[in-house]
Design a protein around this ligand. Sequence first.
Ligand code: GLU
Length: 287
Amino acid sequence: MAYVGRFAPSPTGPLHFGSLITAIASYCDAKANHGKWLVRIEDTDIPRIYPGSEEHILRAVDAFQLEPDAEIIFQKDRLDIYEDVIQQLRQQGLVYACQCTRKMLGSNHIYQDTCRNLGLAFEHQAIRLKVEDVEICFEDRLQGRHCSELKKDLGDFVLKRRDGIINYQLAVVVDDYLQGMTHVVRGADLLDNTERQIYLGQLLGYPRLSYMHLPLAMNDQGQKLSKQNLAQALDLTQAPQLLKQALQALHQAEVDLDAPQRMLQQAVAQWDIDRIPHTTELQGRYL
Ligand code: GLU
């Protein structure tokens, strides 16, 4: 089986234990399947970039001796590519310019097609994708079958914001395709984005990916670890201990404390996704 997987962090804060779990699981799953593992920095949302976090991610990849099989790419260097895809969708009549503000969307955030037929000029407006009234389903390797009725649950969605920022949904779909990705392993917080991404990929004629959404690490208040909840930055001097804890969180067989490279080798040899809890949250509490 061909396998290309990735770890695709957004530098919106330093890496925390939750991101480590994703990095380790995506790496072990790729390597256990004799696949390639890539790293991509998802830094299109410039206002949300947290100073120093890009460097912290790169240092963490080094400290955990997670060796990517290709050069690390940065989405902010690839804006022309995403613009070209928007042009392509525009020629196909699949997108339109939208002047609605977030406030105008109402409380359920489902877009009501307000601008769909207004024929607004594309400059300095948000760009929305027209979605059809279809149900998209996929079989997640851990979470089972997951479905969404895009039109009813979400409505037409934004690919480029009015401030010119390329939306994550577009960048992730385009780059997964251009990098030849076959497998996505990421946190269950992104489960609800998947149907949107599958739909966009279908419109663009891209092959469908395999998905595995991991249970999330929660803090002692039952919130997912994130910068907003003040999750601790990974202490890179403790890489072996943290690696051991991440594998424990994923319910994998024990590995011996050693240099990260050797611990990873052992983890890959023992990797068993059936041991990972098939839930969206981990039971333990983390910092
Ligand atoms: N950049 C996204 C994040 O850090 C993850 C994207 C993905 O794995 O698809 O939340």
